[in-house]
Design a protein around this ligand. Sequence first.
Ligand SMILES: Nc1ncnc2c1ncn2[C@@H]1O[C@H](COP(=O)(O)OP(=O)(O)OP(=O)(O)O)[C@@H](O)[C@H]1O
Ligand SMILES: [Mg+2]
Length: 288
Amino acid sequence: MARVIAVANQKGGVGKTTTAVNLSASFAAAEQPTLLIDIDPQANASNGLGIRTRELDKTIYEALVGTLPVAEAVVHSEMPYLDVLPSHINLVGAEIEIVDVKNRERLLAERINSIRHKYKFVVIDCPPSLGLLTLNALTAADSILVPVQCEYYALEGLGQLLNTISIVRKHLNPRLEIEGVLLTMYDNRLRLSNQVVQEVTRHLGEKVCKTIIGRNVRLAEAPSHGKPVILYDALSIGAKHYLDLANEILEREKVRQNGASASVESSIEAASQVASAVASAMTQEEKK
Ligand SMILES: Nc1ncnc2c1ncn2[C@@H]1O[C@H](COP(=O)(O)OP(=O)(O)OP(=O)(O)O)[C@@H](O)[C@H]1O
Ligand SMILES: [Mg+2]
């Protein structure tokens, strides 16, 4: 079953779409079947992968607001292991259209249930707000990845986001984890960038991803060519940083899964210890 990662931060322009697109492409490059869900009406992630959303009549909008089976809206990308559930500008009105719908925060979670098993990773690109669309993403997700730009007000708004995460955990999705806070657009020539790294690490410690995404012009150019950076310039530093991030998350996922099987093993071991204790107690009883 896929691990669903929502890339979210209500702050605009911090690198959410760049991260969602290039992390998905890096998972795909590692031959991990991946679905990129674009739930931002700006449709930047879809367009950045060369999908002309305005020409589509089957998108996340019809799947979320209407009754279109989500599988019918999914399109293949240029990369063999990467599919996309594209957005559409019509999604702008969706928050109002679904306001009276029962379980309106759970629509995305319910809709993707039928296709989740096909993928190892599902990455959701969220809009810059904490509205109903982002709530749908957080309710559908196993974890949230929070891009934070290395700039002066880096930590601003993070408190509000953490508060939203705890509300979502309490009322909508108790399994939501923090995948990590990802520092983006880092420039090692700027003292400010280094100060931000220190400041964010001091406040958030282990929650900060080990990988830091540097400022790299190739990352900014790639979307206008309709490609992830790994196809646009595989040797660029931007491509390397997002491959590093994908590896970091893959490694964590391996540990998590080994942990899960270790805990299954330890409960099997515990159960067999209990069984042999019961057996020996019964033999003792018989001897009496
Ligand atoms: N590491 C980077 N190096 C250089 N440019 C970057 C980098 N990351 C993002 N950018 C550029 O910064 C701008 C904002 O990035 P992006 O669109 O990913 O942010 P966003 O958080 O998705 O924005 P929005 O809130 O509008 O959805 C874009 O022009 C993008 O190309
Ligand atoms: Mg965006």
